[in-house]
Design a protein. Structure first.
Lengths: 321, 321
């Protein structure tokens, strides 16, 4: 047999030992490198074929043999520099936190519709007072309309959960025309039509040049009065000042935000203290088995890579997601 | 035609004018009385045939002609005095808040599983810190087991929602052997077997002599370590001291309580400040259209009463619910 070249895999992200062992067992050619190995011998960067995790910008120019980078998350903004876009390496991402993020969305939604944020504020001052719970937001979900901007892994999962909870679901997506549980998928040019229907609007968009400030002053004007808005994509897809104005005027009934712009939110920002706003610090995708779930995606893609099969979750580097 | 006696209906609970008008239009015999009418002429109490709302204890002994009392809620404890139980009048209740209460349950559940109570505590101090969100509670719901104590209107609705969210549902009920979406319905004598399975336990029990302190020290010992407990029935079904001890030891992972014992919770009670406890002040059943939804139940029952048909939601006065 002809001697076979090793496949050098740089791992820069946490991976459970059993999954790493499975990766090594997939082929005798697999050779795992850690960041320490590169520090000792920087020239190794030019021999890396696969990265599980990420490279810093100066490494990309040196990684001439890089074929594939499995990123341990979903969002690409910041990573896709012109150099990375021009590099022939394939980038794949990981969507396994779609369910966690969707549950986070519905947790924020139910907090607002059930007034649990009011209850918790009262709890922290040891106050038992049910008279605060008479506002119109206490509506139940069946029959309400959920509008989802972006029907990728997270948006599709949120659509499934929304339908399961008895809601009518409409959505907006650039690429998809039909998504399970979504009654109508609107294209970006029909944004207003879609926004006008939602009692609750969930934003799961990636941040690209097309989606920056996708929800801005004009969009708040076409939304249903009193609608609730949620964002778990990237803060920059919403015009923060316009959102604050819509909340202040009551045009927007409330918001649940896991991402904001600017992020982290500065201590003196008005969003912190608005009565119907819930802010979580970019933690919607967290769950205890994240490293294992992400490692499993890498493992499956490595198996495909070695077998010459198409990889899962290939990122369109030009589109940005 | 023989002259017909008026049917005197005392209304003591808010009812939208259009629904009251529909009630009056059901029969020319219907005669609506308000509490003011009784104050002017107390002897009228003996002529009341129907009450929508409630009578105070001293009125029950005078209401010799009362045939039916439609109560505008679900819980009976406090109302069913020996005199009321002995009175021949039928009591019906209203369960139309089952969906609101179920959504409240899942709002509290998702707050705890997504760490939104932690996020909200941080928000109130304007703190952006995602490092707090690594605890084991962040698990997603599919594949988890939901155990529901009491499968009446609320418990059945919660079962449907739990199944729709991907959970396996088991339950406990005294009267029902099969409930949609519930894999196994255990009888009260198999309480331990049922409790041992639940990642999340929801209590929707009425308070009766049989259910008082139904969840007590021994029950916390058989639960899964780290289980989350929710109560939207009556506070007295859980032994509060045993629950506080289980929370302190970490045996119980957290709790979401819309009812407590004692209620209202005194300002110095340890439950207020426990880190994984969410307390709402008996507001789970509130929603904006409550009066209308309840009025519709009364209207349908009045139609049935006038037509001689069986009433909906007849309370078993001896069983207590």
């Amino acid at each position: 047999m002809a001697p076979q070249q090793p496949i050098r895999i740089l791992v820069t992200t946490p991976i459970p030992p059993d999954i790493l062992a499975e990766a090594v067992a997939l082929s005798p050619r697999v050779l795992i490198l850690k960041e320490e190995d590169l520090k000792e011998k920087p020239s190794l960067t030019g021999e890396i074929e696969i990265v599980y995790g990420g490279l810093v910008p100066e490494q990309w120019s040196l990684a001439r043999n890089l074929k594939w980078n499995q990123v341990p998350g979903a969002g690409m903004n910041g990573l896709l520099t012109p150099e990375v876009v021009a590099h022939p390496a394939v980038i794949t991402n990981a969507h396994m936190h779609a369910r966690a993020i969707s549950e986070h969305l519905f947790g924020m939604l139910l907090m607002l519709t059930r007034g649990l944020h009011i209850a918790y504020r009262q709890q922290l001052t040891r106050k038992w007072d049910s008279s605060s719970f008479t506002h119109g937001g206490l509506a139940t979900l069946p029959g309400k309309t959920l509008g989802i901007l972006g029907l990728g892994a997270v948006g599709s999962c949120a659509a499934q959960m929304g339908a399961a909870l008895g809601m009518r679901v409409v959505g907006l997506d650039r690429d998809r025309a039909e998504v399970p549980d979504v009654e109508t998928v609107y294209g970006p040019q029909r944004k207003d039509e879609m926004l006008a229907q939602g009692d609750y609007i969930m934003v799961t968009l990636p941040l690209t040049s097309e989606t920056r400030r996708f929800v801005s002053r004009r969009e708040f004007e076409v939304m249903k009065p009193g609608a609730l808005l949620f964002n778990v994509g990237r803060g920059g897809t919403i015009d923060t000042d316009a959102m604050v104005a819509a909340l202040e005027s009551g045009r927007l009934g409330g918001a649940g935000l896991d991402v904001v712009d600017p992020q982290p939110l500065p201590p003196d920002h008005p969003l912190w203290t608005m009565p119907n706003v819930i802010i979580s610090p970019y933690c919607a995708g967290k769950y205890p088995d994240y490293d294992a779930a992400c490692g499993r995606i890498f493992l499956e893609n490595l198996r495909r890579y070695l077998a010459g099969e198409p990889l899962l979750n290939v990122v369109d580097k030009k589109a940005g997601y």
